[in-house]
Design a protein around this ligand. Sequence first.
Ligand code: FO1
Length: 303
Amino acid sequence: MKVVAMAGGTGSAKLLRGLSRLPVDLTVVANVGDNFWAYGAYVCPDVDIACYTLAGKADPRGWGLEGDTFEALGSFASLGLETWFRLGDRDLAVCMARTEMMRRGSSLTDATDRIRRSLGVRCRVLPVTDQPVETRLETPLGDLHLQEFWVRERGRPAVRKVRYEGAARAKVAGGVKKAIEGADRVIICPANPVTSVGPMTAVPGFIGLLSRTEARVVALSPMVGRRPVSGPAGKLLRATGVRPDSLGVAGAYSRFLDALLVSERDAPLKSSVEELGVKCALTDTLMRTPGDEARLARELVEA
Ligand code: FO1
């Protein structure tokens, strides 16, 4: 079975680990909206956490490499740079290698492929597009990059508006188009609908691909009640006028979604989700152990 997993950050990475243990042909399509320039290097957090997790090298905190050191960061600080973005030394090396490959003419897709192979990752990891797309938030502190909002400002500023800069000029990467067209299942990981899935569906043609594919499109909701399992999804769903719960997620994805796995605590939402034409299955959606990751991966493939 050919499975395409659309992935964002931490929650997605856990599910990818579960999916990678199933006997399926897995392709990961990663968000690029939170890509960020730091210390002269092009950082691609969602591409990287997918690769690090699938290589068994991710730090349990949800970003970066396990056991990494922060010597370069100390040097940047003593040189007077702001160091709120804590990029580890080996992580910095990966990002610098990517920057160098791209400076010499590689696409982000090709650079990602070299990186995932060097880490020993067997499945394909594809950035959704090779053009820059940047999630930017309008706040009382001004127009902020997602990393400035989430890491520097700790997600505190009010958010008035979210936009995906560059998305209108971007193109779905060729490998992504082929993977979705040839898939049996497209799985939307429990990613932030606004900052992880939104930048992908904002790329012209992506929603058409999801709507037209013969693959079943299934998602695992990142919300339990009105709270996200992690990250700022609740606040950002509200800012974009979407109900901050699984019904809101179903509505946001209803144009292309066949089934949604929802927390059993949200059983009262089931009939409203199904009125949107989306099959709703109830389960324990939290991933505390590798057993949970594998169970949810299986349930999604079978949904
Ligand atoms: N998240 C943090 O909360 N603090 C950090 O200092 C931080 C550094 C960092 C470095 C590299 C990287 O790939 C990700 C990093 N993240 C950090 C995670 C990142 O901000 C977001 O969680 C993702 O962009 C969301 O997908």
